[in-house]
Design a protein around this ligand. Structure first.
Ligand code: SF4
Length: 178
């Protein structure tokens, strides 16, 4: 069952309901996190090793019967334009948080799990670095990769575009719901 929400207002490029059984959890994705290409490994409550292990994520994900995937596209100057990429991630996370707030307001009885893109950027400096608890655990969104989900594979399986043209990046989010 989908959401009766005007999803266009969030600026998504694509949105689609899909069978959450299509989601596969791959230990290799978490292994890639450990290589720390993004520089966030061990620095954020929503990234490994702080997040749950992939078996626990699989149990959580398997408990949902419905899933909505959303994508948003951002312009960058080049594939090294990290500033624009991080700005895009921050905007995408804000969009997902707004979406979740609207879903909860309209469907207060629904069980929801929101998965997004990149390390949580709500706070200027994540408290994980200081050994402190997360400031906003009900707002913070773990990334699909942190759960061991191969985002490119998921986009192919679900039928949404991961590449949307030269000098763009596409971020994907998933709302699991019952
Ligand atoms: S809300 Fe703040 S403390 Fe919590 S994961 Fe995000 S950045 Fe870290």
């Amino acid at each position: 069952m989908g959401f009766d929400l005007a999803l266009e207002k969030y600026g998504f490029k694509e949105h689609r309901e899909f069978d959450p059984g299509l989601i596969t959890i791959d230990p290799m994705v978490r292994a890639m996190c450990k290589q720390n290409a993004c520089g966030q490994y061990g620095k954020n409550h929503m990234c490994p090793p702080a997040v749950k292990d992939i078996d626990a994520w699989k149990r959580d994900i398997d408990s949902f019967k419905n899933a909505l995937i959303v994508t948003k596209v951002y312009t960058v100057e080049s594939s090294f334009d990290w500033k624009s990429m991080f700005k895009g991630i921050a905007d995408f996370q804000k969009t997902l948080i707004r979406l979740k707030k609207d879903i909860v307001a309209k469907f207060p009885d629904k069980k929801i799990l929101l998965l997004g893109a990149g390390a949580c950027m709500i706070c200027e400096k994540c408290t994980y670095r200081d050994g402190e608890p997360c400031r906003l655990p009900h707002k913070a969104v773990p990334s699909l990769e942190a759960c061991g989900i191969d985002v490119m594979r998921l986009s192919r399986q679900v039928g949404v575009k991961y590449h949307n043209g030269k000098n763009t990046v596409t971020y994907l989010g998933v709302v699991l719901h019952n």
